[in-house]
Design a protein around this ligand. Sequence first.
Ligand code: TRP
Length: 365
Amino acid sequence: MKKIILTGDRPTGRLHIGHYVGSLRRRVELQNSGLFDKIFIMIADAQALTDNADNPEKVRANIQEVALDYLACGLDPNRSTLFIQSQVSELTELTFFYMNLVTVQRLQRNPTVKAEIQMRGFSDNVEGSEGKAGTPVGFFCYPISQAADITAFKATTVPVGEDQEPMIEQTREIVRKFNSVYGPVLVEPDILLPDNAACLRLPGTDGKAKMSKSLGNCIYLADDADTVKKKVMGMYTDPTHLQVSDPGHVEGNTVFTYLDAFCRPEHFPEYLPEYESLDALKDHYRRGGLGDVKIKKFLINVLESELGPIRARREEYAKDIPYVFEVLRKGSEEARAVAAKTLSEVKAAMKINYFDPAVLSELIK
Ligand code: TRP
């Protein structure tokens, strides 16, 4: 069987280093590994609209930002198909058919949907009251549309963050149900999670569990070196580590979590030759006698070595926006052809392909 990747992001803001270690960096490695037959990277604008229906300008503006982030990280349009979800209308058709295979009760149990409904305050208000009045149906159903995104490309592998696990599980259920009712058309995908715990869910610079635009605790891929420096210097460390001489905690210390996600052995000879490894640095911090400023300065260098080249490429691509949109247009066309093929197989399996010549001649016989 072919090995196919599909993944994507909602264009609701620029991408940050949580996206990077959680998925983007991995995608580029997978792309360059040559182990996959096809790679589809989708800008999920239709999904973004499920909770931004009143803010189309925001979604539109971020198409370009996300595309620039992709290209800057090393996603290569010659090796990966970059496309925009809404331009592949076959996805909405598939969604509509899959809706019959999922119950409201099952969706209500989806832990990510549950958490997101709560976070957005959709269930707090009654109809007619001020603020948000209930959960948009489209939002509630987005796991089904995500199943359409994945299965339209017969993806075998979906590299995403941990929060997307319930979506992939729901997709697998839909595939099994579809194939058992209509015949073996769809492919059950596997999730591919980051292999390093720090990358699984990178905390915000304030130490909060999640890096998120609404919490204002992000380091963006597009941030300039000065901004990154300021953000790192203001980072949450260990509140009990008041004096340099105090013993410190490494677990739950955001600077060390970021080092776990970004630091490589070669960074030591380059930026901190008095330590042999991250473990040696951690040991010293635990013993006491190692100040926060020193580890923060090291982190700034480590981040800069990875983010500097990304930022430079981003600036280059930003000078040629027509190229960026040409990549997306071509990618969307290509994606559409693939999704159309799956859709026609789906319709045939569901016996709604009345005008296929062979079927029609049966019907009018
Ligand atoms: N839900 C994903 C996010 O929040 C975006 C997305 C939409 C996606 N469809 C997908 C990811 C299909 C992987 C596969 O970023």
